[in-house]
Design a protein around this ligand. Structure first.
Ligand SMILES: Cc1cc2nc3c(=O)[nH]c(=O)nc-3n(C[C@H](O)[C@H](O)[C@H](O)COP(=O)(O)O)c2cc1C
Ligand SMILES: C=C(O[C@@H]1CC(C(=O)O)=C[C@@H](OP(=O)(O)O)[C@H]1O)C(=O)O
Length: 366
């Protein structure tokens, strides 16, 4: 399993959900960065398990122990290694899953690919838990991007069949993004937020799960990040976002709906505003030709319903090679969306940081 990512900075994720711990090695982070641990903890708490009645009851503090790469409070430029110990493991929930395949989880393909040697407990290295160290790296990236005034925020666009109100993609501002970031369940409409939470609670009480869509906005991105052909900004963002477990789709700007429009409706007109070229609408979501055009980057991520549900499901016992029924017990998220939202922001921050470092070189200028 290769869990490395990046071009300028390089990340290497390690660990399993029910092993000793999980963590990350970050290579080529510029020297001299003072990590704001309060900010990083705050960001990681947005994702941490066990923090709400809408989430898995497995409570972990997700405190990162930094083993290397920091001296006298600042990055040294050497690989930065952060470890998060697993403190609340209940592996007995998984004894039935050793040979009985969970529909929609990684169990079957992982068993085939790794010849049954993979750690299946808690999903092992496939677990959503592995997004905790990604969140750590992303929080560092977000802290650095803030110095360049780049702000990332998201809202829950929909949960199951309940959708939030529409927003003008050309008019997203810092105040809105900061407000969304402070909300535990960020939506534009408070009434709709309550209805979405009800959807999750209803699914949970029925032994079921629901999915949804996260909409992410990035503002103050300079024009010129990303490059054709295979390193388009869209493909870079899509690649890392698709690496987050349970992600099933991503679309930029008007996304799939753009295919139903006419060019006259979706060509984003240019105009001059205080000597700066801007678009008066943003159907393309801030990226043209694979390169940022300084308009807000807008993308939506579809998250599937949590695979592990307690309703009875049809499956196969791979040891006996017999059809069987499965009722999963354990501590699962009835909906992954609220916990995946900050991870998507973290992933996008890493892409932007990587591109800025590529353009500006190794020395961090703010
Ligand atoms: C933050 C987060 C939490 C998750 N929580 C659960 C969970 O409690 N139970 C579960 O079955 N899957 C959960 N998942 C999803 C599985 O890890 C994922 O569906 C599985 O690894 C298979 O990968 P795939 O859905 O991308 O194909 C979670 C994912 C994330 C990102
Ligand atoms: C622990 C986390 O989420 C876990 C992600 C997960 C999965 O299958 O992805 C399954 C559950 O694991 P367990 O059965 O060990 O409680 C979640 O609790 C986390 O995100 O930090």
């Amino acid at each position: 399993m290769g869990s490395t990512w990046g071009n300028r900075i390089k990340l290497s994720l390690f660990g399993e959900s029910h092993g000793e711990g999980i963590g990350i090695v970050i290579d080529s982070l510029p020297a001299g960065i003072e990590l704001d641990m309060n900010y990083i903890r705050q960001q990681m708490a947005r994702r941490a398990p066990g923090n709400s009645s809408l989430a898995t009851p497995r409570k972990e503090d997700d405190e990162v122990k930094i083993l290397s790469g920091i001296f006298e409070g600042k990055t040294t430029g050497a690989p930065l290694c952060g470890v998060i110990y697993n403190n609340n493991i209940r592996s007995k929930d998984y004894s039935i899953l050793k040979d009985t395949l969970r529909p929609s989880h990684s169990d079957y393909p992982a068993k085939v690919k790794y010849l049954g040697f993979n750690d299946y407990r808690g999903g092992g290295h496939f677990s959503g838990r592995i997004t905790a160290p990604l969140m750590f790296a992303g929080a560092i990236a977000m802290q650095m991007l803030q110095e360049k005034n780049i702000v990332i925020g998201s809202r829950i666009k929909s949960i199951h069949k309940t959708s939030d109100v529409r927003i003008d993609y050309s008019n997203i501002n810092e105040t809105l993004l900061k407000k969304l970031k402070e909300m535990a369940f960020p939506t534009l409409s408070e009434d709709i937020s309550n209805a979405m939470e009800d959807e999750i609670i209803y699914a949970k009480n029925s032994g079921d799960s629901v999915g949804g869509v996260v909409e992410t906005y990035i503002i103050n991105v300079p024009a010129g990040l990303g490059q054709p052909f295979f390193h388009s900004l869209e493909s870079q963002i899509a690649q890392i976002v698709f690496s987050i477990p349970a992600v099933k789709g991503i679309e930029f700007g008007e996304g799939f709906d753009i295919a139903m429009c006419k060019g006259s409706e979706t060509n984003d007109p240019y105009t001059l505003e205080n000597g700066k070229i801007i678009c008066t609408q943003n159907s393309n979501g801030g990226i043209l030709g694979g390169i940022s055009n300084s308009m807000p980057i807008v993308f939506r991520t579809a998250i599937k319903p949590t695979p592990s549900i307690s309703l009875q499901q049809d499956t196969v016992n791979i040891l006996d090679m017999k059809n069987t029924k499965l009722k999963i017990e354990g501590r699962h998220d009835p909906c992954i969306v609220p916990r995946a939202l900050p991870v998507i922001e973290a992933a996008a921050a890493l892409v932007l940081l990587d591109n800025i470092l590529e353009r500006e070189g190794e020395v961090w200028k703010n």
